[in-house]
Design a protein around this ligand. Structure first.
Ligand code: ATP
Ligand code: MG
Length: 205
């Protein structure tokens, strides 16, 4: 009997707590009334930066939005996202096709490749018809000084007001983080690679 009463009391407490939580969340939702093109930065050492960016690409394409993707590291594998989206009429897809990988170790070559790839990004960032631009792994181009940080920041800042931009890569520059509306620093708790597991299709590429 006492057990039943305790159960009932617990249910009532839970209901009250959920009511309070709902009121709080409803207030917050009612207060958020702004629509704008967002700058989203996905950084940190954990896995999930590029795959999150491509998740937003999938969402956007699903809504019929026009999108641009610029990848700043030479593809070693044919990625699933490229195979899925490269021929989609809503998506303009550019991948750095020469230059920067960890292997080249040729600075001039890498700089030329970074600049050529950035030249694919600038028209997208200037086009108000483009709803979403993904700058995948661009943070490294700034860390290594391959691209001029001030020009990159200026182009992102001057983009059309309704355009979303998603930036990925480790060690995002402080200025990028300051400029962004949403920043996620993905922490590594574990990674299968450290147990000797090689890249897996569908999960890693
Ligand atoms: P993903 O594309 O899977 O979301 P990411 O963009 O967060 O990964 P990157 O640094 O771009 O991470 O790494 C790309 C590749 O390296 C992916 O195959 C990913 O699984 C792998 N990777 C990511 N984080 C780690 C890590 N901490 N240790 C080892 N490999 C990693
Ligand atoms: Mg990545």
């Amino acid at each position: 009997m006492a057990e039943d009463q305790a159960k009932e009391a617990r249910k009532r407490r839970h209901k009250r707590a959920m009511q309070r939580k709902k009121e709080h969340v409803d207030d917050q939702i009612a207060a958020a009334t702004i629509d704008k093109g967002l700058c989203v930065v996905l950084t940190g050492n954990g896995k999930g930066k590029s795959s999150s960016a491509f998740g937003m690409l999938a969402r956007s394409v699903g809504h019929g939005m026009r999108c641009g993707v610029v990848q700043f590291i030479k593809g070693q594998w044919q990625t699933g996202e490229m195979l899925l989206f490269q021929d989609n009429p809503l998506v303009e897809f550019h991948t750095m096709n020469t230059g920067f990988t960890w292997e080249t170790q040729d600075r001039d070559h890498d700089i030329a490749a970074a600049v050529a790839t950035w030249e694919k990004a600038t028209p997208l960032l200037a086009n108000p018809e483009v709803d979403l631009v993904i700058l995948d792994e661009i943070t490294y181009m700034l860390t290594y000084g391959y691209l001029d940080k001030a020009s990159v920041l200026a182009a992102i800042e001057a983009r059309p007001p309704g355009q979303h931009v998603v930036i990925t890569g480790r060690n995002a520059a402080r200025e990028l983080v300051e400029m962004a509306d949403t920043v996620s620093e993905i922490e590594e708790s574990k990674h299968a690679f450290h147990q000797g597991v090689r890249v897996q299709k569908g999960i890693d590429y």
